[in-house]
Design a protein around this ligand. Structure first.
Ligand SMILES: Cc1cc2nc3c(=O)[nH]c(=O)nc-3n(C[C@H](O)[C@H](O)[C@H](O)COP(=O)(O)OP(=O)(O)OC[C@H]3O[C@@H](n4cnc5c(N)ncnc54)[C@H](O)[C@@H]3O)c2cc1C
Length: 423
């Protein structure tokens, strides 16, 4: 069995027994393709609803973005309330925002219910990279409070930001106690344990070559097949390989993280005194948090070629040291990359093809929404699809240039936004 890609998370993963490879023909009510948060949550929720479920993972549980992410539990969607109201109208926007914001409690509930040891911490701080970003946050929060009576978040002035971040490059920010952070691989493994306990049959090292979306659906791997009433496609960055019609809708973009050596406790606390996760408000953002053993886990940097840097640690270090000059020369113990499935408008793609359901394109905002998606998919299977459809009806657009030109055009777009970040 292939090991997890090397990372701080792989090095500190809770034990999880290797699952068998699919061999021969299986049948179930539901076959789930992909063993990240989306697939695991869908499998768990479907099993709890009484369905028999088979989950097929190409490599290992949590091998994709879920086991490598920054672990930041970012409340809401990538779009602000103002844009959502303009696009959907006030009442649908309110419904969607309330639903998206319920994901925080759902994830915390799962962690508590299954006693998942994944270092959960409350609080997510968005740091204003420019004074006008703080003004925008103030406006957004007022709209959010007016629309749905949101009470979890507050504006933090520049004078008070040192309660959340020990860096003076920011201009205040927004603290949201509905957010937080966790050890993402251990959360994924915990969901997998819960799914096994609920009766889900998990197969690792079982890449699905194709899915027939008819009646019954059929998912085929090199060494076996599963027939079922429903399929759930949960392969995020790899959805274009699984289902060609998605290839132009999402783009796999690689993002890099490092974990420093454990820091002195007082130094660690001085970086993030409240132990909330921090992300800045730039389009090409830096995001960071403390691990349970006081490492700084830092994601950032801009890299527009699919080829990884020769040395990921050296690539990320300048961004880290720009935020925290006090960490100049700090030892970096782990450095890794992972693939983020990005859509053109940064909203996720939900929908159906025949008897299959899909949810992907989280655009770097998937730690919370994926668990919610699994619940919505399971409910849609049972005939209660209103909330699934709220997501499925979100606007979507293919990348211009199709699969051939999307990469260069995307790079041009990102360079434009990266330049705007600097102005
Ligand atoms: C470096 C990095 C940092 C991130 N940081 C954050 C963050 O701080 N906060 C946040 O909210 N989001 C973050 N994200 C995004 C977040 O991790 C993802 O949105 C989320 O994990 C997606 O979960 P998923 O289950 O949909 O996809 P994945 O976790 O990618 O799972 C898909 C799975 O499908 C499997 N698969 C693929 N093809 C097949 C096939 N043909 N057959 C069977 N299985 C297949 C893959 O092996 C994989 O395990 C980050 C992502 C990365 C890469």
């Amino acid at each position: 069995m292939q090991p997890h890609a090397p990372s701080y998370y792989a090095a500190s993963a809770n034990p999880f027994p290797a699952q068998p490879r699919l061999a021969g023909a299986e049948s179930a009510d539901v076959v789930v393709v992909g063993g990240g948060f989306t697939g695991l949550s869908a499998a768990l929720h479907a099993a709890e609803a009484g369905y028999s479920v088979v989950l097929l993972e190409a490599r290992r549980i949590g091998w994709g973005a879920s086991g490598r992410s920054g672990g930041q539990m970012i409340p809401g969607l990538r779009w602000g309330v103002k844009d959502l109201v303009r696009e959907l109208g006030r009442s649908r926007a309110a419904e969607l925002v309330t639903l998206a914001n319920s994901a925080g409690a759902m994830v915390r509930g799962r962690i508590e219910r299954h006693a998942i040891a994944c270092d959960l911490r409350r609080g997510h701080f968005t740091a204003a990279a420019k004074p006008k970003h703080l003004d925008a946050m103030r406006g957004e929060l007022a709209l959010l409070q007016d629309l749905v009576g949101y009470t979890c978040a507050a504006i933090v002035s520049r004078a008070d930001q040192s309660d959340f971040v020990g860096s003076d490059i920011y201009h205040g920010g927004l603290i949201d106690m509905n957010g937080g952070h966790l050890h993402p691989l251990n959360y994924a493994l915990g969901l997998a344990n819960a799914a096994l306990a609920a009766g889900v049959r998990i197969f690792e090292d079982s890449a699905v070559a194709d899915v027939d979306h008819g009646t019954p659906v059929r998912a085929r791997t090199e060494s076996g097949s599963v027939t079922a009433r429903h399929a759930v496609l949960a392969a995020d960055s790899w959805m274009g390989d699984l289902e060609p019609r998605f290839a132009a809708m999402t783009m796999p973009v690689i993002n890099y993280n490092v974990a420093t050596a454990p820091l002195d406790k007082a130094l660690a606390r001085s970086l993030m005194p409240s132990n909330a996760a921090v992300a800045d408000s730039r389009f090409v953002l830096n995001y960071y948090r403390l691990s349970a053993d006081n490492r700084l886990i830092f994601g950032g940097g801009e890299k527009y070629s699919p080829r990884p840097p020769a040395d990921i640690g050296s690539f990320v270090r300048p961004y880290l040291e720009q935020v925290f000059p006090q960490l100049k020369g700090v030892a970096i113990d782990h450095a890794w990359g992972g693939t983020v499935g990005v859509t053109l408008n940064r909203l996720p793609l939900f929908g159906r093809i025949g008897n299959s359901f899909y949810a992907h394109g989280w655009s770097g905002h998937g730690v919370l929404l994926t668990t919610l998606a699994g619940d919505l998919i399971a409910r849609a299977m049972r005939g209660s699809a209103e909330q699934f459809d709220l997501f499925a009806q979100l606007p979507r657009r293919a990348f211009p240039g199709g699969t051939l030109l999307r990469q260069p055009l995307y790079v041009a777009g990102m360079l434009y936004y990266a330049l705007r970040d600097r102005l």
